[in-house]
Design a protein around this ligand. Structure first.
Ligand SMILES: Nc1ncnc2c1ncn2[C@@H]1O[C@H](COP(=O)(O)OP(=O)(O)O)[C@@H](O)[C@H]1O
Ligand SMILES: [Mg+2]
Length: 263
């Protein structure tokens, strides 16, 4: 396993009015790792994702990414979400965000379009170059739909898919942006046990075939312990523990955060 850093979070804080949603967080992520962030509701997990992906500009601290292919290191706080996606970090949302009135295939194509070379003018005149690029995008998008097992649904409207299928489509769309890090905010939430087991297999396959790093938030401990190599635990905006799944399950601070004081 390689140990190139891909994301470094240094002293990251995020305040909303008087509320300290993130309090001096330091975390380093490495290439191809599967990492989980856990913690009670309101701990700051989604806020951390929002800072990493450019939805929020952090109040203090820094976020650096290092592209594993070019080794170029750069500070990304303050950059817009679409710019950060293009630099190689993609995410799915706690509440599914899809283009509900577009087809499954079109939803994935939109993800892939973030790297398209053809500008708006050439798209209007539909040069040969643009048509070739479009054909390639359709081809690549179908390949991704095969990977997430949605190729039979490619012409369905996104809104007609079951919940578990919509989650898989959101993952396919995120993968279409060709990330080196995929962030998944509660991917198993609301899924039944069969859908969760399928999602677990899919994420294992993504890790094996695409060699990308995964960063997961979830409350399903079986899911998290089964997938992750490393776990960070948050409570009240602070990182309170980190370690392997075995270490985390034994950590008294973690048990206290989950079960309260009186145990
Ligand atoms: N946009 C916002 N404005 C004000 N408060 C927010 C905002 N986003 C999150 N918070 C607050 O920050 C804290 C952490 O929230 P969040 O990151 O969503 O927690 P988690 O994902 O761990 O459940 C909560 O107290 C939440 O109410
Ligand atoms: Mg959340």
């Amino acid at each position: 396993m390689s140990h190139n850093k891909i994301l470094e979070i240094q002293n990251l804080s995020m305040e909303f009015g008087g509320l300290q949603a993130l309090d001096s967080i330091n975390i380093t992520f490495y290439e191809k790792e599967v990492v989980a962030i856990i913690g009670p509701n309101g701990a700051g997990k989604t806020t951390l994702f929002n800072c990493i992906t450019g939805v929020y500009v952090p109040t203090r601290g820094n976020i650096f990414i290092q592209n594993p292919y070019t080794q170029m290191k750069e500070k990304i706080n303050g950059l817009k979400p679409n710019i950060i996606t293009r630099k190689g970090m993609a995410r799915t949302f706690q509440n599914i965000r899809l283009f509900k009135n577009m087809t499954v295939l079109e939803n994935v194509m939109i993800g892939r379009h973030c790297h398209a070379k053809a500008g708006i003018i050439s798209a209007m005149v539909r040069s040969k170059k643009t048509r070739d690029e479009e054909a390639r995008i359709i081809h690549d998008s179908r390949e991704l739909l095969k990977k997430v097992n949605l190729v039979d649904e490619q012409y369905e409207y996104a809104k007609n898919l079951s919940y578990g299928y919509q989650k898989r489509l959101e993952i396919a769309r995120a993968l279409a942006t060709k990330p080196f890090l995929l962030l998944l905010d509660e991917p198993a939430a609301g899924m039944n046990s069969k859908e969760t087991a399928e999602l677990m297999d899919l994420l294992k396959e993504i890790k094996k075939d695409l060699h990308i790093a995964l960063l997961l938030i979830d409350h399903d401990m079986h899911f998290i312990m089964n997938l992750s190599e490393k776990i960070f635990v948050m409570d009240y905006g602070k990182k309170i523990a980190e370690g392997t799944p075995e270490e985390i399950q034994k950590n008294p601070l973690v048990i206290k955060a989950y079960l309260g004081e009186n145990i």
